[in-house]
Write a protein that binds this ligand. Structure first.
Ligand code: AHM
Ligand code: MG
Length: 333
């Protein structure tokens, strides 16, 4: 097998489509390098004394794990000095992180969830990093939070890494979705899947069913119909999977289809869902759409939502197109 590295892939994409400026390529490679470091830290586990709580909370009131904090630091440090960024934002930081004055500034804005699936860190289940890249608005001098308030359609790149049995990096720059596997001995990202497509139909769904009693009627109806199996209105049996790491659930769906749901529910009417729009839902929606799937918040296309706050939450339905369309239609009735 001819091995194509991440760098070679990006350069060839640039030659073919003229869509990946060298600054963006550098940015993606730096994020890829940071993900290698995170993968290394995750892989050490108890031996690296990286497990357990950091003894702090993030802005969303969630207890930070040591690896959440370490991963955030790795991404900040890796991306600060390259000159490709104007600012960064992270699940683990209350407000944006401007590039320090000692470094040159670039025209991109980077957002990330440094380590997604925090509840799985200490139990050796797949976790990952999610990132999204926007262009800074024209004429911006000193970046502010407002400069990040762009809908997901404006993303120029998005991706995630999964730290699982294998470490993989899944990436889109708007020309399909490609997957790279980390060759741990060589320290290289090697292209292993090109132009991934999500099957339009599926018999698999993912939702945290312990919240069932709080669901709104459209979600209840949709899940009940799947659970009714082959004798119900859907006329087929469905299987359920829930890893509690969005990266791992989305990666399964990308590879064999399925629908992932984290709906809003009746518990907190002002808190639509658990997942964050800017660095979880948007990048995943971009990837899923690029793979031929769909992503909505039940009524709207996620990528069309105009963000209002950095840590804004959103309900998420994404994956196989026909299923996302169906559950979305139940919300619209
Ligand atoms: P995190 O960013 O704090 O790790 O939270 C996001 C995660 C997702 O990866 C996952 O889909 C979801 O939370 C799991 O939630 P729950 O614990 O309710 O099943
Ligand atoms: Mg997360």
């Amino acid at each position: 097998m001819k091995r194509i590295s991440l760098t070679q892939h990006l350069i060839e994409q640039q030659r073919l489509h003229n869509k990946i400026p060298s600054e963006l390529r550098l940015l993606i490679e730096v994020v890829g390098r940071a993900c290698k470091s995170i993968s290394h830290a995750v892989g050490k586990g108890a031996l690296g004394e990286v497990l357990g709580s950091a003894g702090s909370e993030n802005v969303q009131g969630e207890v930070q794990k040591k690896l959440d904090v370490i991963s955030n630091e790795i991404l900040l440090e890796a991306n600060e000095w390259g000159g490709h960024l104007a600012a960064m934002a992270s699940e683990e930081m209350e407000t944006i992180h401007r590039i320090p004055n000692r470094y040159p500034k670039g025209e991109y804005l980077l957002m990330f969830d440094p380590l997604d699936g925090s509840s799985n860190i200490d139990v050796n289940v797949s976790i990952g990093t999610i990132f999204s890249v926007l262009k800074a608005p024209e004429g911006m001098t000193e970046p502010t939070e407002q400069d990040f308030m762009q809908p997901g359609t404006r993303q120029v790149a998005a991706g995630y890494a999964v730290y699982g049995p294998q470490t993989v990096l899944v990436l889109t720059t708007g020309d399909g979705v490609h997957c790279f596997t980390l060759d741990r001995e060589m320290g290289a990202w090697v292209l292993t899947q090109k132009d991934i497509k999500i099957p339009e139909d599926t018999k698999e769904f993912a939702i945290n069913a312990s919240n069932q009693r709080h669901w709104f009627p459209p979600v209840k109806r949709y899940v009940d119909e799947m659970l009714a199996g082959s004798t119900g209105v859907r006329g087929k049996d469905f299987n359920m999977r829930w890893i509690a790491s969005m990266v791992a659930d989305v990666h399964r769906i990308l590879n064999r289809g399925g629908i992932f749901m984290y709906p809003a529910d009746a518990r907190e009417p002002n808190k639509p869902g658990k997942l964050r729009l800017m660095y979880e839902a948007n990048p995943m929606a971009f990837i899923v759409e690029q793979a031929g799937g769909a992503a909505t918040d039940g009524t709207r296309r996620i990528l069309d939502i105009q963000p209002e706050k950095l840590h804004q939450r959103v309900a998420v339905f994404l994956g196989s197109k026909n299923e996302v369309d169906l559950v979305t239609s139940y919300h619209q009735q």
